[in-house]
Design a protein around this ligand. Structure first.
Ligand code: FAD
Ligand code: FES
Ligand code: FES
Length: 479
């Protein structure tokens, strides 16, 4: 079967009309077909950042640019977009980022260097990110280097921040960076060129009886990347519009195609969950968060899925389409066994919704992993409490990493309803929770260790959400 399609996009400053299987990896297309070998292949699993590119999509009259790992992007998703590789960042002389890497000795064998330069350039292009050392470190959180020990690379980031922070102002960063010779001038013409491409007819994604549903592809390409180019795919993120959060009555409604990054950046979510950006920093890396979707996190059904754990505690509801009838289902009833979901293969999660947190809501999320950043959880946990003074009207507790599914603690949650928060209540509920799971020992930790972590994370919710009535001293003395 010939799966190939016409895929039109701008690659650096050239328009490309590729004839490709939509599920083929962008990384393979760049290196093997285009011979743009500056984009390196390292892990091919989203972990090392050697393959980082910047993808731009037209939003109104501007292009929004985000860094992504090309080893997890289907080439079909490039349709109508601007793909920037390391080659597309070259100017007649070194850009400030390139110069800083040279000046600080930030490159040794050089294999990781294009990825770092691309990630740092993406950081400067994104006006929502702080231009300081912390901003640089966060932008490079998805890049590994085995030679330098990172000190010189961090110094390069710090130098770039120092030299550009006062020059970069509000508004269109791309124009400012072109002016200061940090980006090539061709970027200025990209919005118009992309707009012209959108208005002309281009072939849409394949549509067959049962194509493989791909959200961000960050799980699928890691698990079965070699097979996907030979399959029909349904690319959920082919649309031009960026999935957003909306409000309806007392609920927040999220498009399931929303990425972790977009979720954390959304003003409605930041109001509802004030610590969401800090949580996001502990989940994957920036180039993965710009791809990984909420729907994919739920449907991959990993017992340690971070966003799923949070959404379980928010007592979320799913809206599914594609079956005989569109239907709603509460998330806590979605997981039936290890990777077994209460949905047919044809059903797609369209939306996720939960009751909007108010001033009387307290939400907390915790994660323990071996490395602080860019690591999956050993155990994670989330809680939501609806409170009136010191009484919990409604409580929802979720735990990951202790069972075959992301776990909603039904009994412990129910035991909180209507109760005044006291150290005795907290200890009894945490004790009750222990009867709801039976962890197994694996590479991330022994069963006993996970039990201990689960207890500590559950206690942490109460300590953080009710500091006025419960303290570490009292809890630990009573344990
Ligand atoms: C380097 C790296 C680090 C990671 N770190 C973390 C981490 O810290 N925490 C964490 O939780 N996860 C992490 N992940 C895992 C992954 O990024 C998430 O699980 C992500 O949410 C998957 O979403 P996706 O859109 O990429 O899924 P995809 O790979 O596109 O799809 C996953 C599954 O869901 C199905 N699917 C996708 N969307 C829908 C939908 N709307 N309706 C129905 N089915 C759908 C697909 O068919 C597939 O079966 C990491 C992954 C990588 C590569
Ligand atoms: S090759 Fe390692 S992140 Fe893509
Ligand atoms: S310079 Fe060799 S891997 Fe970074």
């Amino acid at each position: 079967m010939n799966l190939k399609k016409s895929i039109r996009f701008i690659l650096n400053d050239q328009e490309v009309n590729a004839w490709e299987s939509p599920g083929r990896l962008a990384l393979d297309f760049l290196r093997d077909t285009q011979r743009l070998t500056g984009t390196k292949e390292g892990c091919k699993e989203g972990d090392c950042g050697a393959c980082t590119i910047i993808l731009g999509s037209l939003q109104g009259d501007r292009v929004a640019y985000t860094p992504m790992t090309s080893c997890l992007i289907p080439v079909g998703e490039l349709e109508g977009k601007h793909l920037v590789t390391i080659e597309g960042l070259n100017l007649k002389s070194l850009s400030p980022v390139q110069a800083a890497m040279v000046d600080t000795g930030g490159t040794q064998c050089g294999y990781c260097t294009p990825g770092f330069v691309v990630a740092m350039t993406a950081w400067l292009m994104d006006e929502s990110r702080s231009v300081d050392l912390e901003g640089a470190k966060s932008a490079m959180s998805g890049n590994l280097c085995r030679c330098t020990g990172y000190r010189s690379i961090k110094e390069a980031g710090s130098n770039v921040a120092e030299s550009l922070s006062t020059k970069l102002g509000e508004g269109d960063r791309v124009a400012q960076l072109c002016d200061m010779k940090a980006l090539p001038d061709y970027f200025i013409g990209i919005p118009k060129r992309l707009a012209a491409m959108q208005s002309s007819e281009s072939e849409s994604a394949a549509s067959t009886e049962r194509p493989l549903i791909i959200g961000g592809g960050t799980d699928l390409y890691v698990q079965r990347g070699e097979d996907i180019p030979d399959q029909e795919v349904a690319l959920l993120n082919l649309g031009k519009e960026i999935p957003v959060v909306s409000e309806s009555n007392d609920r927040l409604i999220l498009d399931a195609r929303m990425t972790f990054q977009a979720f954390g950046d959304d003003p409605l979510i930041q109001k509802a969950i004030p610590d969401i950006q800090a949580y996001n920093e502990l989940i994957a890396s920036w180039p993965i968060r710009t791809r990984a979707t909420l729907g994919g996190n739920i449907c991959n059904a990993s017992p340690i899925a971070d966003m799923t754990c949070l959404l379980l505690a928010l007592d979320s509801e799913l809206q599914l389409s594609g079956g005989d009838v569109a239907r709603n289902l509460v998330l806590k009833d979605f997981f039936q066994g290890y990777k077994q979901l209460a949905k047919t293969e044809d059903e797609v999660i369209e939306c996720i919704s939960f009751v909007k947190p108010t001033a009387n809501t307290r939400v907390n999320w915790e994660k323990v992993s071996k490395r602080a950043m860019l690591d999956i959880a050993t155990v994670n946990s989330a809680a939501r409490f609806e409170v009136e003074e010191n009484r919990i009207l409604e409580g929802h507790l979720a735990l990951g990493g202790v069972a075959a599914i992301p776990l909603y603690l039904k009994e412990a949650s129910a035991a909180l309803a209507g109760k005044v928060v006291t150290p005795e209540l907290v200890l009894s509920v945490v004790q009750l929770a222990q009867s709801e799971f039976d962890p197994i020992s694996d590479v991330r930790g022994s069963a006993d260790y996970k039990r201990l972590l689960a207890r500590q994370l559950l206690l942490a919710h109460f300590l953080k959400c009710f500091p006025e009535v419960i303290s570490e001293e009292v809890v630990y003395a009573a344990l």
